[in-house]
Write a protein that binds this ligand. Structure first.
Ligand SMILES: *Cc1c(COP(=O)(O)O)cnc(C)c1O
Length: 380
């Protein structure tokens, strides 16, 4: 094979660099995680697939979640909801961050929108395409939602528009500030406020079909029999905050791109933060901070190759980092696991989060668009 032939044979895929790295998403883990929640809580499940399903890929994850019994989908932004409809998902979808200019498109494909103020309500009803709204009450997170002292006015206005046939209030909702803490007084207080909000909404003449408050952790830690729905994000991806036995769905894989021997006293990567104290073999992993490998994790991180943990050495660069293979006889092309579910001794996304001083959510969301996603475990 000549050089041109071999270059074109290794032409990069549409996304991703030369197929060296990939994020493998196990859809059977997503289904397992949804079922794990459904087996212990009475509420229906809204699968939260915002931010491209925390970097896992919104449409495939949404389909798997629906297969496992999720009856709603939730997304932050309007375009995310439109993408799900375009991908053929037909279950109800709620979006909570949208622009007035997006309302027509959302209404056309019957996406439910969150409403926190009278001004928002008026923008929604002036748009005949939008059919379903969820009124949001701020019960303590103080991020969005109706201020409690404006709730009566908001619910009365909504009931007025509902009577005119302009819109239907399908849900009443709020969001927890301390959902991951068992028995948080804040959560119980928020639930109490939402209950009162529901009573006032009923008094205004509204009969919402769903009341929802809890996120993944809150679904387990907060006993809220008067809620019909929980919004599961983190848990869907296997971020296990409550010991449910969830399975991480994403495995980040690569292959060693180059291998070289260096001598004691030689430095590696920018600034030579690492200097070898013995002769050793160093290997290049073709992923960097542009792919979501946190630069600050470099001092503590390691990856799994040939069944052993190899420490990251020197600074993590934009596209690549180096690991110390010691005296192991590694070759270019050797598979490397950056993170996975930990069952083969590899680090988890939670380990990377600890090394980077963040949460696994940010690790997953940060995996860049250059890394192709591959799906396994699709339902037959
Ligand atoms: C992200 C989000 C969720 C999901 O929370 P997790 O803790 O990831 O389960 C639920 N509700 C709202 C409003 C969100 O923004």
């Amino acid at each position: 094979m000549n050089l041109v032939q071999s270059l074109s044979r290794h032409r990069p895929a549409a996304r991703g660099i030369a197929g060296l790295s990939e994020a493998v998403v196990d859809l059977s883990a997503v289904r397992h995680n949804i079922r794990a929640f459904r087996s212990v809580i009475p509420q229906s499940v809204m699968a939260v697939v915002k931010a491209d399903a925390f970097g896992h890929g919104a449409a495939p994850v949404a389909r798997a979640a629906v297969e496992a019994g999720a009856s709603w989908l939730g997304v932050a932004r309007a375009d995310e909801a439109l993408q799900l409809r375009a991908a053929g998902l037909t279950v109800p979808i709620l979006t909570w961050l949208y622009d007035a200019a997006e309302l027509m498109l959302l209404g056309d494909v019957d996406v439910d929108v969150s409403v926190s103020t009278i001004a928002e309500l008026q923008r929604v009803v002036s748009n005949p395409a939008v059919r379903h709204v969820h009124l949001k009450l701020d019960t303590g997170l103080h991020r969005s939602g109706s201020a409690p002292d404006q709730w009566i006015e908001l619910t009365r206005a909504a009931a007025h528009y509902e009577a005119l046939g302009a819109v239907t209030v399908r849900g009443i909702w709020s969001h927890l500030s301390h959902g991951d803490r068992p028995d948080a007084v804040q959560s119980r207080h928020q639930l109490q406020l939402l209950r009162t909000g529901l009573v006032l909404a009923n008094r205004a003449g509204l009969q919402p079909t769903v009341v929802h408050l809890a996120n993944s952790a809150g679904a387990i830690t907060l006993d809220a029999p008067d809620c019909d729905l929980v919004r599961i994000g983190a848990g869907l991806y296997g971020i296990d905050e409550t010991g449910l036995g969830l399975r991480p769905a994403m495995r980040l894989m690569s292959k060693l791109a180059q291998v070289r021997r260096i001598r004691a006293g030689e430095g590696v990567s920018y600034g030579h933060d690492f200097v070898a104290d013995r002769d050793t073999t160093v290997a290049l992993v073709p992923l960097g901070y542009a792919d979501g490998i946190p630069r600050v994790a470099g001092a503590q991180a390691s990856v799994l190759c040939r069944g052993v943990r190899m420490p990251v050495i020197g600074r993590i660069a934009m596209d690549q980092f180096v690991v110390d293979a010691g005296d192991l006889p590694v070759e270019p092309g050797e598979p490397v696991t950056i993170f996975g579910d930990g069952s083969r001794g590899e680090p988890t996304a939670a380990d990377w989060a600890a090394w980077a001083g963040t949460i696994p959510h940010e690790i997953y969301c940060g995996i860049g668009s250059r890394v192709p996603r591959r799906y396994e475990g699709a339902a037959r």
